[in-house]
Design a binder for this molecule. Structure first.
Ligand code: ADP
Ligand code: MG
Length: 435
């Protein structure tokens, strides 16, 4: 069974001493050339060095698909810290785990559920129909004839994730901002490890199913008797995943409607349930023919406190105002900043948050915000995000809830931009005149 499992293969892929030596050579070549280059030439040369280094670094390194994608996705917010070429290589570095063979799936089911598939299900497809980041998903039918999806985790995931993250840490150690990147990697490790717990995910599914209460949103029903911490059985949901649906060329109105529903899920989840479904990736939304949405993948759900929700709400609401003192007091209460930093830092941080606030408030200016008509919107957000990374070092730290929230919201906005939609982002929590 060893050949099917990525752990062993992954741990053998990197011999860090040799890689470090080659990277050092590139650094030396760059430093030798530097005095002869113009400013622009230096920048280009730096980029080339980064790209060369990234290629060397990732040569032969393969990570579990889940680790590579999650790390690339999460580190894309640390753009200023991590060279773009590194990002790109990271995205490509994944090792597509070959589908787990029939015998092994059977063994996992027997070990987990105490009986082979044919005893537990009326039908069980031993070939998976979809890949999951830490496993694969099979179709099945229950004894009483209901269609099911069974998500089965690869064996030994905790070990694989720990190995992957260890290798990534080795790769980023020589980077200038290692102290900050290390924090991001630590966070990625926690998120991935949390995602191995399918029992917790099942709990999240049940909570959303019982409480989300939106007629046009469907949430799977879990099957606790056919689930464990590593096997998650739930109702099979109809629909096309968002990315495939978009490829069918849906018209403007349909795209608007779908994006509007996605945004409503976010607003309702955050403000009413105090939960964030923090993985707005197109594989996690199923679009049905009537444009209802099937919500999937509750492995990355974050609870937030009511106190945090009300502070964040205040932060959005004072966005667009010029009241520096109000901003300051809020940032201290949100624990972004210590109470007595130097005056210079205080001004810089307040200014940046004010710019952020003004940016996000652009979406409330008109009743419907048209992403197609505001092509500079995301670019501006990216620029501000980069500046935010730069001053992060002077700050108390980002509250972890904020990191999740920001990432989710930003991810959603990026989706809306790709979809080119016009939707209503005004909502009664963040904008006064809306119902
Ligand atoms: N209940 C379900 N009904 C239909 N398809 C599902 C269901 N659950 C998962 N899938 C399919 O499997 C894919 C991976 O499942 P997901 O829960 O998103 O795994 P991961 O947490 O690894 O991203 C989804 O993108 C979807 O295509
Ligand atoms: Mg998913």
């Amino acid at each position: 069974m060893g050949a099917d499992i990525p752990t062993g293969r992954l741990s053998r892929t990197l011999s860090s001493g040799r890689v470090a030596a080659r990277m050092g050579g590139n650094q030396v070549r760059y430093l030798m050339k530097r005095p002869f280059l113009s400013e622009e030439g230096q920048q280009r040369s730096r980029e080339k060095r980064d790209a060369d280094n990234a290629k060397i670094l990732f040569k032969g390194l393969s990570l579990l698909r889940g680790t590579a994608l999650k790390a690339a996705q999460m580190l894309s917010f640390e753009r200023e810290l991590i060279p773009e070429s590194f990002q790109k290589e990271l995205e490509k570095s994944y090792f597509q785990v070959p589908p787990i063979n029939r015998a092994l799936i059977r063994k996992i089911i027997v070990n987990g559920l105490g009986a082979p598939p044919e005893r537990l299900f009326d039908r069980f497809d031993s070939t998976a129909f979809a890949a999951a980041s830490l496993g694969q998903v099979h179709r099945a039918r229950s004894k009483d004839g209901r269609n099911l999806a069974v998500k089965v985790q690869y064996p030994d995931m905790n070990k694989t994730i720990a190995n992957d993250l260890r290798m990534l840490r080795t790769l980023v150690r020589p980077m200038a901002d290692y102290d900050l990147i290390k924090l991001a990697l630590e966070e990625i490790r926690e998120v991935l490890l949390a995602e191995t717990d399918y029992e917790a995910e099942a709990g999240n599914i049940r909570f959303f199913r019982d409480n989300l209460d939106m007629d046009n949103v469907k949430v799977p029903r879990t099957e606790p008797a056919l689930s464990t911490g590593r096997i998650l059985t739930m109702s099979f949901m109809e629909g096309r995943v968002l990315s495939q649906w978009l490829e069918t060329g849906p018209d403007q109105e349909s795209r608007n409607r779908v994006a509007q529903t996605l945004n409503d899920i976010f607003i309702r989840g955050f403000y009413e349930l105090n939960l964030i479904h923090a993985d707005p990736n197109p594989g996690n939304f199923l679009i049905r023919d009537n444009l209802d949405i099937g919500l999937l993948d509750f492995g990355c759900v974050r609870a937030v406190t009511p106190e945090f929700v009300s502070l964040y709400r205040e932060l959005i609401r004072i966005g667009g105002s010029n009241d520096r003192d109000a901003y300051w007091s809020l940032l201290v209460r949100m624990k972004f900043m210590p109470e007595n930093p130097s005056a210079g830092i205080r001004d810089e941080v307040v200014s940046l948050f004010m710019k952020m606030g003004a940016w996000i408030n652009r979406v409330f200016r008109e009743e419907y915000f048209d992403f197609g008509a505001n092509p500079d919107f995301m670019a501006r957000g990216r620029e501000l995000g980069r500046n935010m990374q730069k001053i992060r070092r002077h700050m108390e730290g980002f509250p972890p809830e904020f990191v999740f929230l920001d990432r989710t919201r930003y991810g959603l906005i990026r989706l809306y931009e790709q979809m080119g939609v016009r939707i209503k982002l005004r909502n009664r929590y963040e904008y006064n005149d809306s119902v």
